[in-house]
Each structure stands twice: as structure tokens, then as C-alpha cells.
Design a protein around this ligand. Structure first.
Ligand SMILES: Cc1cc2nc3c(=O)[nH]c(=O)nc-3n(C[C@H](O)[C@H](O)[C@H](O)COP(=O)(O)OP(=O)(O)OC[C@H]3O[C@@H](n4cnc5c(N)ncnc54)[C@H](O)[C@@H]3O)c2cc1C
Length: 637
């Protein structure tokens, strides 16, 4: 006899991944009753985020500055726009979202995450380096902040908050509940309907059964869909494949568990939601088959340093700037034109030891377990980190040989076709090696390697000293067959994914009412408007270094970005200097770099609690104009 469950709640959230958990935690804090439904068993709580590396986009962070990286809102936004290439009518909201997000990433984001207990590995990674002109695709500087504890470390504080709220009765979970429909009343979404799947004891990430044992319906004042992307649904990926990326590969690996099936998109559309940018997707080109798979077609992405030689299926070297880690989609578009699904890295043991990392929490046990001892043992004695060595030994895509001739022979054998000509591959490798000896090289990849090594983070752990690939001391030689690995490709809905009525009008959302009848959407709006970069009228402008005690010249660093938007400082802490009248306090402000004001305090500077706030009117977009709009009363430069 099938079970029929019918309940009511304030908010129902579809998906117990990171997005769902964050939404639930915030709602529970606001006193709402939340029900989270997920098709997977409880063991998979947290969804993809558990498997992720926890790489987080931050701009002008303390970690970057410690490594000598100068970043800013303007630079990050320029990079974002260069990569996004917004050119459609429906890009209005994505563009505004991008502006707000970059503003947040260069402002409160780091402090917000740190307040939740999230910490970062001190070396910032440099993903998607671009290699085009200033306004083209890519990150001009390293911005990939890996969470200490990787994906599980990101999840931890949110799981804790939601579990606490569960104990207090604000949150309830319905695992093995699959939503098949968003219910409508008078054009307004007012709940979800679906089926209950049988209990499952599969391990996290493994495919669970889809046997139906019952039905359910939940009515709510608001429905939030946080169902992840479409990466495990290759049919859907192919159906939406953009023409700019050529023909979709016949064979792809899955970078995400099977539950990332994209079903909720069609379900939301059926209820009138407006899904946009269905064809804007992101897949990695450096995928290898997992020798120890958890889900079907399980692929792992290599996070490569810049030195491996990249060849297409026929042994042609990829053109600049399609070097490892430079332009994923550009490389994908190039490779799909070859008619083959795979490409090759050729490298040395020295390169794999220094440059190969694998994406995913389980592939980085040192970072996931927060073990400095393991981190320090990463690349010792010319060996790659243990998970990379395991792939080299057991992975079907890895070939290790001493001689190039033997290597190419085995590459052909692995593909099952003699696509590679040994002489041709040798010519490519020798030509590249010849340029290594040349200080004024014209080889763009070697220039890029040298440029990468100017960044201390790369020099320390991510970019091998330039050497000849055929140098026997750097060997043995390694070839890696690379496939396309699908990722967390999702789509942005328009502003609120609010369904339309049949007439095309935007359907109403029932206002979410608090216990005393107050509308919580108003509060949310206040928070959103801040996130979108609207500058509040009153901003604290106090720096962390003002905590320094004792004599001498104390330095106060205060961040003022282009919007005068964020501050680094501990408002309300002891020993901060009220900066309302810095000139009177004898504070000299000098420009050390864009958007970075150094305040030098004389010994006599008054100390006190930083309760005062300094009014900063909105400046124009250029940081150097902060001087004109800053009412600190002192010339800044
Ligand atoms: C190996 C790996 C490495 C990654 N590395 C990074 C990184 O370094 N940095 C980064 O920013 N991102 C990274 N990501 C991506 C990031 O983890 C995801 O984008 C993010 O976790 C997605 O969270 P989500 O809550 O939106 O979706 P998900 O985690 O996919 O959660 C969605 C949930 O919805 C449920 N669901 C779906 N449909 C239904 C339905 N009809 N009924 C009920 N439940 C449903 C699913 O079961 C799932 O639990 C990585 C991902 C992977 C897999």
C-alpha cells in the first residue's frame, strides 16, 4: 500500500546540497519553518559540495596580498566580464549579479566565511589564466582560494547550523523524496508534489535506487529550488550543447554524481519558470577516468600547472593560449573540431611531481584532513602527491615510458588507432625543448611558464622549473589521455525564477509572513541590495592593524575599494582609532597601491572604541577618485 504524506510548512527547499543548506540556515535563523526534500539518502547530505575542492573566488584577500598579488574589484570585474562575454538581452540579471558578486568577493565575503569558521590554504591557486588581451577571458591574477578542509570544510558550518535548527524544530528533512511537480494555485507556486523512494543504504555519491514506495505533497508559502546542475545527464548536456563548442563529444566522463540530473529544470519550467542561458555550460577538458570510481563514468579533473605539452588526437600541438589551465572552453571548442574526443598531455616525472593536482576532496586527503604534516610531504623525492601517483600507477589513461618512441607506441595502442606518428611527435617535442635553452624564446607556452614562476605560489608548488621534456634526468616520460569531463553545469534563471501565468504575466509570490505578520522579503531585500553593491550611507572605516599597541609609528591599513564599499577592521573592538577626524588625530594617509590606503599613526593618536562611523558618499568608479568623494577631510594623495 503506497504511503501518502501531506504536510505544510513555511518554506520548502528542493535539494539538500550546499545551496539548499545555506538557504535553510538563513531561513531558520529568521524564524521560518523549513522543510528540505532530497531524492538521495541522508548519507549524501551536502550533495556535490562534499566532493568539491572547496576552491573559492575572493578578490584582494589577505592571502593574495601576503603572496604579493595585487587584485582589485575593477580588475576582477574586468576579468569576469571578459570571460562571461555577456551579449544577450537575458544577460541583464547575470550582469548585475556578476557586479554584485564581485563586489561581495572583494568585500565582505572573506569575513563572512571566516566568521563561520572557514579558513583557507595560504597559497592561492591560479585557475583559468586566459592568455588573451586585458579584456579577454581569464583571471589576471591568482584568485582560487582552496578551503582548508576542502568541500567538507565548506559544508561543515552550514550542516551544523541546519542540524541545530532541526533540533530546535525549525528544519525538517525528507530524504528519499523526489519532487516531480511544483504545485500551482491561481498561477502561484504553493508547494511540491512527488514520490517517496525506497530506503537506501548506498554510500555517499553512489547511485541509489529509484523504486517508488509512496507519494507526498508539501504546501508552503515559498518554494526554493536548489537542485544542482545537469552534469550527470549527458543526454541533456548534448541537447543543450552550444554551437560555439562544435559537436558534442560522443564519449564524456561525469565529474558529478548521478543525482545531478537536471530534472528540476523541466519541472520548474512546466510550472512557468523562465530558465535562461540553457546553452552556457562549462566542461573540463583535462578529465581522466577514476581508477577507483564512486559513480558511473566517474571522471576526475586534473588541475594542471602550465608546463605539460598539449597535443590533439593527431599529435598537433594546441595553439596559444590553449595551454594547460588557461582557457577551458577555448580548448574544448578547438578539440571538438578535431573530430576526436580525446587529447594528450606529454610531460615528465618532474612536471607531474610539481604540477599535477586532482580536483576533489577525496583526491586531496592532506587538505581535506587539514594535516600540515601531509601537506609538507606532498611532493617529496620527486614523487607526485600520493593520489596522483596512484592514478599514474592504476589509471588507464596514464602511460609511463623512458623513450619517446615507446611512449607514442603505447599511446596509439591505448586509442586503438595509429593516429600519432612518432617522428611528428618527436619534432614537436624537440622544437619545444630547443626553445627552453633560449632566454628570448618565441614559444608562448615557455613565456607563460616563466611568467607563472614570477608568482611565488606557482614557483613553490605549481610550476616546475623549465626543463627539456627529453631531459633524461627529468624523466621518465609520461603521457596522459584526456577526455571531456562534465561538471556542475547549471543555468541561471531570471531574477527569481518566478513562474509566469498562462498570459505571460509574472505570477505573484505569496508574501512570506513572519509570526507577527512582518514580511521577511523586505529584510531579504535589504540584504540583497547591499550585496548588489549599493553603498550604505554609513560605513565604518577602521583597520585591523590599529590593534597594535605600544609606541612607535603604528600603521592602520584600511581597505577602501572602488565603491568605498568594504572595510577590513574589527568594528567595536578595543583600541581602534575613531577616524572621523583623522587630520586632527594626526593621521597621514598615503596611497600604497590602488584601492589600498595606508594610514600612518603618530604615537599621539587617540585610542578608543571604534564606535564612530565615517560617512562616505558613493564615489565614481575609479579608485583614485576616492579622494574626491571621501569626506575624511584630508587629502589622500
Ligand atoms: C569534484 C568536484 C569538485 C568541485 N570543485 C569546486 C570548487 O573547487 N569550487 C567551486 O566553487 N565549486 C566546485 N564544485 C562545484 C560545487 O561543489 C557545486 O557547484 C555545488 O556544490 C552545487 O551545490 P548545489 O546545492 O547547487 O547542488 P547539489 O550539490 O547538486 O545539490 C542538489 C541536491 O538536489 C537534489 N535534487 C535534485 N533534483 C531533485 C528532485 N527532483 N527532488 C529532490 N531532490 C532533488 C539532489 O539529490 C542533490 O542532493 C565541484 C564539484 C565537484 C563534483
Amino acid at each position: 500500500m503506497p504511503e501518502h504524506v501531506h504536510t505544510e510548512t513555511d518554506v520548502v527547499i528542493v535539494g539538500a546540497g550546499l545551496a539548499g543548506l545555506v538557504a535553510a540556515a538563513e531561513l531558520a535563523d529568521a524564524g521560518r519553518r523549513v522543510t528540505i526534500v532530497d531524492q538521495e539518502p541522508e548519507t549524501s547530505l551536502g550533495g556535490q559540495a562534499f566532493w568539491s575542492l572547496g576552491g573559492i573566488f575572493l578578490v584582494n584577500s589577505a592571502e593574495q596580498r601576503r603572496l604579493g598579488v595585487r587584485d582589485s574589484y575593477d580588475l576582477a570585474l574586468q576579468d569576469w566580464m571578459g570571460s562571461a562575454g555577456f551579449d544577450r538581452n537575458e544577460d541583464t540579471w547575470p550582469r548585475r549579479w556578476a557586479e554584485a558578486y564581485v563586489g561581495w568577493a572583494s568585500g565582505e565575503k572573506r569575513a563572512w566565511l571566516r566568521a563561520k569558521g572557514i579558513r583557507f590554504f595560504p597559497i592561492v591557486g591560479w585557475a583559468e589564466r586566459g592568455g588573451y588581451l586585458a579584456t579577454g577571458h581569464g583571471n589576471s591574477v591568482p584568485r582560487f582560494h582552496v578551503t582548508w578542509g576542502t568541500g567538507p570544510g565548506v559544508l561543515e558550518p552550514f550542516v551544523r547550523r541546519v542540524r541545530d535548527a532541526e533540533h530546535k524544530g525549525f528544519v525538517s528533512f525528507c530524504f528519499r523524496h523526489r519532487v516531480d511537480e511544483l504545485t500551482l494555485t491561481g498561477g502561484t507556486v504553493d508547494g511540491v508534489r512527488g514520490v517517496i523512494l525506497d530506503a537506501s543504504d548506498v554510500a555517499r555519491g553512489e547511485a541509489s535506487s529509484r523504486r517508488i514506495v509512496g507519494e507526498f505533497m508539501i504546501k508552503a508559502q515559498a518554494v526554493i529550488v536548489t537542485s544542482g546542475g545537469i552534469g550527470a545527464n549527458h543526454e541533456l548536456v548534448r541537447r543543450n550543447w552550444p554551437s560555439s563548442l562544435g559537436t558534442p563529444p560522443k564519449h564524456m566522463l561525469s565529474g558529478v554524481p548521478e543525482h545531478v540530473d537536471g530534472r528540476m529544470l523541466a519541472i520548474s519550467e512546466a510550472a512557468g519558470a523562465h530558465v535562461i542561458n540553457a546553452d552556457r555550460m562549462w566542461h573540463y577538458v583535462e578529465g581522466v577516468r577514476n581508477w577507483n570510481p564512486i559513480w558511473s563514468r566517474h571522471g576526475i579533473r586534473i588541475l594542471p600547472g602550465p608546463s605539460s605539452l598539449w597535443l590533439d588526437a593527431f599529435g598537433e600541438r594546441l595553439p596559444p593560449p590553449l595551454f594547460p589551465g588557461f582557457d577551458t572552453l577555448g580548448t574544448l571548442a578547438h578539440l571538438t573540431r578535431t573530430g576526436y574526443d580525446h587529447s594528450w598531455f606529454i610531460l615528465t616525472q618532474r612536471i607531474i611531481a610539481r604540477e599535477f593536482a586532482l580536483s576533489g576532496s577525496e583526491q586531496n586527503p592532506d587538505l581535506t584532513n587539514r594535516s600540515w604534516r601531509q601537506v609538507l610531504g606532498r611532493a617529496r623525492g620527486g614523487h607526485a602527491p600520493a593520489p596522483v601517483e596512484a592514478f599514474k600507477q592504476h589509471g588507464v589513461d596514464f602511460i609511463v615510458e623512458r623513450k619517446l618512441h615507446d611512449l607514442v607506441g603505447r599511446m596509439n595502442a591505448l586509442v586503438g588507432e595509429p593516429l600519432l606518428d612518432t617522428q611528428k611527435v618527436a619534432r614537436v617535442v624537440i622544437a619545444r625543448d630547443r626553445e627552453i635553452e633560449n632566454d628570448f624564446t618565441k614559444d608562448a607556452q615557455i613565456m607563460a611558464i616563466r611568467n607563472a614562476r614570477r608568482y611565488i605560489g606557482d614557483r613553490l608548488i605549481r610550476t616546475a622549473k623549465p626543463h627539456r621534456i627529453l631531459d633524461p634526468d627529468a624523466g621518465p616520460l609520461i603521457a596522459v589521455r584526456l577526455s571531456v569531463v562534465t561538471k556542475d553545469v547549471g543555468r541561471a534563471g531570471d531574477r527569481s525564477l518566478r513562474p509566469r501565468t498562462r498570459g505571460g504575466r509574472r505570477a505573484g509570490l505569496r508574501p512570506l509572513r513572519g509570526r507577527r505578520g512582518g514580511r521577511i522579503r523586505r529584510r531579504r531585500h535589504a540584504r540583497l541590495s547591499r550585496a548588489r553593491g549599493h553603498v550604505p550611507r554609513w560605513m565604518p572605516l577602521l583597520g585591523p592593524c590599529c590593534r597594535a599597541r605600544g609606541g612607535g609609528r603604528r600603521r592602520v591599513s584600511s581597505m577602501v575599494n572602488d565603491n568605498c564599499y568594504h572595510h577590513r577592521g574589527t568594528e567595536g573592538t578595543e583600541n581602534c582609532i575613531p577616524l572621523k577626524r583623522p587630520a586632527r588625530a594626526g593621521i597621514k594617509i598615503s596611497r600604497s597601491s590602488d584601492c589600498f590606503l595606508k594610514l600612518r599613526l603618530p604615537r599621539s593618536a587617540p585610542m578608543g572604541r571604534c564606535e564612530r562611523r565615517t560617512h562616505i558618499p558613493r564615489p565614481s568608479s575609479q579608485c583614485r577618485k576616492v579622494a574626491q568623494c571621501n569626506d575624511l577631510g584630508v587629502p589622500l594623495w
